[in-house]
Design a protein around this ligand. Structure first.
Ligand SMILES: [Zn+2]
Length: 183
C-alpha cells in the first residue's frame, strides 16, 4: 500500500518483481487480505465476508479496467469507449447511496447500499475512479518509470518522481550504473 486513492491501490495489485509481472489477486484469499488492509477507508467496522470466485473475477476486471484508464490518462490519450463502459458497469454493479445520521452531536453520513458487501466495496472503488478521472488529481496521476516498475501513483509533492523510496533508489542506482558504464 502506497497511501494512494483506492482505485490506484487496486490498480497496483498488478505489479512486477525484477521486471516480471505478478498477480496480487491470484486467489480469493488475496482479495480478502487486500480488502482487510483497505477496510479502514470504508465506513465499515466489521471485517468483509469472504470473497467469492465471482468477486475475485470482478475485482480483477475492475483492476484491469482502471489500469487501462490510468494508462490512457497518463499518456494523454482518450481510452476506448468499451473501457469507459466497463468502468461504468462496475459503478452500476451495486446500488449505493448516502443517508443522514444525527445520533451524536454532529450530523454524519451513513453509507448505504443493497447487495453483498464485497460487491458494494468494488462498486464504491469504481465510483471513486470516476471521481479521480474527473477531479483535480487527474493531472497528478503518474506511472512510475523506475526500471521494471509498473505501478501508478498520484504525485502529491512537486519533487516526487517515483511510486516509492525503493523505486527512487533503484532508479538512481541504474542511472549511476549507466553513467559509469558510458565513461
Ligand atoms: Zn515504482
Amino acid at each position: 500500500m502506497l497511501g494512494e486513492p483506492l482505485p490506484v491501490e487496486l490498480a497496483n495489485t498488478s505489479y512486477a518483481v525484477r521486471g516480471r509481472a505478478r498477480e496480487g489477486l491470484a486467489t480469493t484469499g488475496d482479495l480478502d487480505a487486500w480488502l482487510e488492509t483497505v477496510r479502514p477507508r470504508f465506513p465499515r467496522s466489521d471485517p468483509f465476508p469472504a470473497a467469492s470466485e465471482e468477486d475475485l473475477t470482478s475485482a480483477r476486471d475492475l483492476r484491469d479496467t482502471i489500469r487501462a484508464l490510468v494508462r490512457s490518462a497518463v499518456g494523454g490519450e482518450r481510452p476506448a469507449p468499451a473501457v469507459v463502459e466497463a468502468l461504468n458497469a462496475h459503478v452500476r454493479g451495486a446500488a449505493r447511496w448516502k443517508e443522514l445520521t444525527w445520533d451524536g452531536d454532529a450530523p454524519a453520513v451513513r453509507a448505504c447500499g443493497t447487495g453483498p458487501a464485497v460487491a458494494l466495496a468494488l462498486a464504491a472503488i469504481a465510483e471513486q475512479a470516476v471521481e479521480l478521472f474527473t477531479g483535480p488529481r487527474l493531472a497528478d496521476l503518474r506511472a512510475c518509470h523506475a526500471p521494471g516498475c509498473v505501478l501508478f501513483f498520484v504525485k502529491d509533492h512537486h519533487r516526487r518522481e517515483w511510486c516509492s523510496a525503493g523505486c527512487g533508489n533503484r532508479a538512481r542506482a541504474a542511472r549511476h550504473y549507466e553513467q559509469v558504464r558510458d565513461r
